[in-house]
Design a binder for this molecule. Structure first.
Ligand code: HEM
Length: 367
């Protein structure tokens, strides 16, 4: 036995690496008919890691003080070597994360993988989605531009519609009557410490639930197994004769991550201002309201819903109701069938919901 093999054997006996590789990588079998959509979860893990790394690098020069924040961001963009690249990666990455999250949600919706016994996968995912929206909203204020200031004013204003406690809640969120330095302080704490820590813990829980139930068998193509576990007693969904995670599916994951990175860098290099409006290049001025202030694209539907109803309270209630239905979907839709074409009521509601969301978004953009 060569020296290298001896050292490897010595370590392997103590930490059990061969066993781990066999159990978690080469021996971890996935459904034979698994498709590309199942790689979006890995793409999301990469995006989250990139957001954490670029965020930490931005913290080296960013100053969370209302008098200095805008200048520090301008300094990162113009003076710090590759500062522009790090900042664009962070800003473009946050938008793409929401987009990929929507695709991941949509694929689990259409393939019915939210159904029993995967209710916990869905619910943990739903909370993750809300937290990612929260981290985007709080990060939006950080550059302390006209856009940051007024978009945060508009977003926090909508909370006043909550009966009885609305005004107090807005004051608590802002740390005062108006958006100001105190708002920056608390949004900054939420953005860099509190929300990322909760997201990281929830990603852990999401992956734990995945490990507990096993990956679902897609409802298309040659199905080899079908789990008929109804949540009454525990049963792991094995895929005998399926494809190994490593190297086979890891290659699909790597392909999807590469496609994602190609789109990500294409946007950064060829459309760097896509997610910035002219107001994001002007420092915040509490005495000058810009003519057209709009939230980010993924909040436009919510923003438009608040405007179309005679009272903001109704608009808010409609949204809370829609979100509650989506969060509790595994308990509402209890049929076993997972193929989208064999679920006509679900498919009609899903397509209707998507068209409504798109319509409200476009309306919000042009109104
Ligand atoms: C930061 C956010 C998220 C990360 C990092 C993440 C990661 C993952 C990963 C790695 C998987 C396993 C592979 C796959 O099926 O893609 C997965 C599965 C799943 N995710 Fe997510 N996810 C996130 C958000 C969400 C959201 C927002 C939802 C829905 C509301 C969701 C629902 C599910 C479901 C139901 C599965 C099980 C799929 C199956 O076994 O067929 N996830 N997620």
């Amino acid at each position: 036995m060569s020296l290298f093999k001896k050292i490897y054997h010595w370590i392997d006996v103590r930490i059990g690496s061969t066993e781990i590789v066999e159990k978690e990588l080469t021996g971890y079998l996935l459904p034979k008919n698994i498709n590309e959509w199942y790689s979006l979860g890995s793409v999301l893990l990469v995006i989250f890691a990139l957001q954490v790394v670029t965020g930490m690098l931005l913290l080296v020069y960013y100053v969370p003080d209302a008098d200095k924040a805008f200048k520090s961001v301008t300094y990162i963009m113009n003076e710090v070597p590759f500062g522009w690249l790090i900042r664009l990666c962070h800003a473009v990455g946050s938008n793409l994360m929401v987009f990929v999250l929507m695709l991941h949600m949509l694929s689990t919706l259409l393939m019915g993988s939210y159904k029993s016994p995967r209710e916990m996968n869905w619910i943990s995912g739903f909370v993750l989605f809300s937290l990612v929206q929260g981290i985007s909203l709080t990060g939006y204020l950080a550059p302390w531009s006209q856009l940051s200031f007024w978009a945060t004013t508009v977003a926090t204003n909508s909370v006043t519609a909550v009966p009885l406690i609305g005004t107090g809640l807005v004051k608590f969120l802002r740390g005062g009557t108006l958006v100001g330095p105190a708002t920056l302080g608390r949004f900054f704490a939420l953005h860099v410490a509190i929300i990322p820590a909760v997201i990281a813990a929830l990603i852990g829980a999401h992956l734990f639930f995945l490990k507990r139930t096993g990956v679902s068998t897609p409802p298309f193509g040659a199905k080899e197994t079908q789990n008929n576990w109804e949540g009454k007693s525990y049963r792991y969904e094995f895929h005998p004769g399926g494809i190994p995670f490593f190297p086979n599916y890891a290659l699909q994951d790597a392909t999807s991550v590469s496609i994602y990175l190609a789109i990500f860098f294409a946007l950064i290099f060829f459309a760097p201002t896509l997610f910035f409006t002219p107001d994001s290049f002007v420092p915040a001025n509490p005495f000058k309201t810009p003519a057209h202030i709009k939230p980010e694209w993924y909040f436009l539907a919510n923003y438009q819903t608040l405007k179309i109803f005679p009272s903001e309270l109704i608009g808010l209630l409609v949204q809370v109701a829609a979100m509650t239905v989506l969060a509790l979907l595994p308990f509402i839709d209890r049929t076993k069938e997972r193929h989208p074409l064999k679920r006509p009521i679900f498919l009609t509601c899903a397509i209707g919901g998507i068209l409504l969301w798109l319509g409200l978004t476009i309306w919000g953009h042009y109104s």
